[in-house]
Every structure is written in structure tokens, then in C-alpha cells.
Design a protein around this ligand. Sequence first.
Ligand code: ADP
Length: 183
Amino acid sequence: HNNNNASRGAFIVMEGVDRCGKTTQCGLLLDQLRSDNIPAVAMRFPDRTTAIGAMINQYLTGGTDLDDRAIHLLFTCNGRAIVLGMVQQSDVGLPAPDAVIFLDLSQEEAQQRGGYGEERYETKDLQIRVRQRFQKLQQLDTQVPWHVVSAAQSIEEVQADISKIVEKTMAQAKHKKLGKLWQ
Ligand code: ADP
């Protein structure tokens, strides 16, 4: 929006290792926002509904084999399609989130959750490395505030923590320009 006085919504990213509760919490948050009459949309990455997403899904669920570079490119294409299509900005450059909510869960705790181990990346060593990378990424990211929430709490407790962060983020984002990632 070009009008400087116009307020905008907030762009919030939910992150964390497989099975930490991203799907559960995004669903609950969406329900809560909508019942408060706050319009909200959820985007999922990877988006398994696109043609490229279907290829990623086949890879993740073990149906096809691809080398690491090929799958990386597919993930990149899948993300760009979402960003360009949904945010509809002509600039190429990813919009920076107003906040990242990191649902932190140890590998041991994740392993006890339903469905763990069904997908290709859900192996012990890889998930431990993913968690470490997230911690590094958080230190590198000086622009976007990261909020670490313990995902080992009950669903209701996690939801309450997220709710507070989202409320604050929305209030702060209202009159701020949307930033660009790594710029
Ligand atoms: P993700 O989207 O991060 O992979 P999900 O939301 O699909 O995670 O949750 C994975 C599994 O863990 C599901 O079976 C879900 O019901 C369960 N789960 C989610 N949050 C919690 C929680 N706080 N405590 C216990 N189990 C949970």
C-alpha cells in the first residue's frame, strides 16, 4: 500500500523441526484470529498442492529419488511461486517476516509424537542438525525478531505463548513498512 497512514497486517513465520506442532498451532491461531474478526491467511511451505509441490511430496514420502541439488532447486521454485503469486509484488526479493516464532523441541521429544519417521528427512541425526542450524540462523538474523517458544508444553500452553507474541507483533507491524529479507 502506498498510503503511509494505512495500517497493514503482520507477516509471521512459524518454524521448527518436524512434528514440533506447526500445523496444530497455525490451525488454532487461524481459528482464534478469525473468531476475533481479524482476517488471516495461512501459507504452507512446501506447498504440496502445486505441480512442483507434488514432486517434492513424492520425494519426501519416498516415492522418488532425486539428488540433493535437484531437490534444493525444487524447494526454491516452490517458495518463489508462493511469494510472487500471493504477495503480488513486482520486486523480486522475499518479504521479511515481522516475527519468526520458533517452536523448539528436542529430537527425543519429537520422536514420541504421532507419525514421526514417516518422511525422508525425519531421521534422528538430520533432525538434530536441523535444530542446530535453526539456532545458528537465529543468531545471523539481526533484522527479524525471533521468539523461541518451548514446543514441549501442552498444546494450550504453546497456544497461549504464541497468542501473546502475535498480538504484540500485529500492533507493532501496523504502521511499519514490510521489510525485505537480508537487506
Ligand atoms: P508439524 O506441523 O510441526 O510437523 P504437527 O502440528 O503436525 O507438527 O504435530 C505433530 C504431532 O504432534 C501431531 O500428532 C500432533 O497432534 C502432536 N502435537 C502437536 N502439538 C503437541 C503438543 N504440544 N504436545 C503433544 N503433542 C502435540
